[in-house]
Write a protein that binds this ligand. Structure first.
Ligand code: GRF
Length: 192
């Protein structure tokens, strides 16, 4: 299965997805890493791993989100992408893009959804006095961080935890969870 990973930043989840996809018996391959941010850290990592990269910045499109998405979508279709994995892609998607990739687009979110959609998940979990935090891989639907859950991993919140320390602990879990869920998802994917 041909997978594209969409990023805006460091791309540590993206790197984990590429690595797992390069394993001999993996059922998917990351064929493209696309960023909306010029020079995003993850782009160099992807290139070093031999994966094609593309940058489609949103700035020239101004407030027209769909126009930017049409440009992104054209690149995805051109490369023959079958599944899209969002990994720290910091854009809210319009129904147009979501509809075009329905049941074919995954996202990872750093909380135990439905708890803490949106930003600052770790600080919010600590402030709430939660005993655990975690991460969720879900199908992308129109509502932000709302789609059907495909997998979750839990990590403890410890005494004196900081958002930064917790984020690191959760990231380690993300790097395990996302490749696992994507592998299962691609194995069960109805071929077009
Ligand atoms: C991750 O915590 C992910 O859950 C969230 O954005 C972060 C991306 O980190 N959606 P990275 O770029 O994969 O390192």
């Amino acid at each position: 299965v041909r997978v594209a990973v969409l990023i805006s930043g460091a791309g540590s989840n993206m790197a984990a997805l590429i690595d797992a996809g390069q394993a001999p018996d993996s059922g998917y391959e990351v064929v493209l890493v696309l960023s909306n941010i010029e020079g995003a850290g993850g782009l160099a990592i992807a290139a070093a791993k031999g994966v094609a990269t593309a940058t489609v910045t949103h700035k020239p499109f101004g407030k027209d989100r769909e126009a930017h998405e049409r440009a992104v979508d054209a690149v995805l279709r051109d490369v023959g992408v079958e599944v899209v994995a969002l990994a720290g892609y910091m854009r809210v998607l319009t129904p147009w893009l979501v509809g075009g990739w329905r049941e074919r687009m995954l996202n990872i979110h750093p909380s135990l959804l439905p708890l803490y959609p949106g930003l600052d998940t770790h600080a919010r979990a600590i402030a709430a006095g939660d005993a655990e935090a975690g991460c969720t891989v879900h199908l992308v639907t129109e509502g932000v961080d709302e789609g059907p859950i495909l997998g979750q991993a839990r990590v403890p919140i410890v005494e004196g935890d900081t958002a930064g320390a917790l984020a690191e602990r959760v990231k380690t879990a993300e790097h395990q969870l996302y490749p696992q869920v994507l592998t299962d998802f691609c194995r069960d994917l109805p071929r077009r």
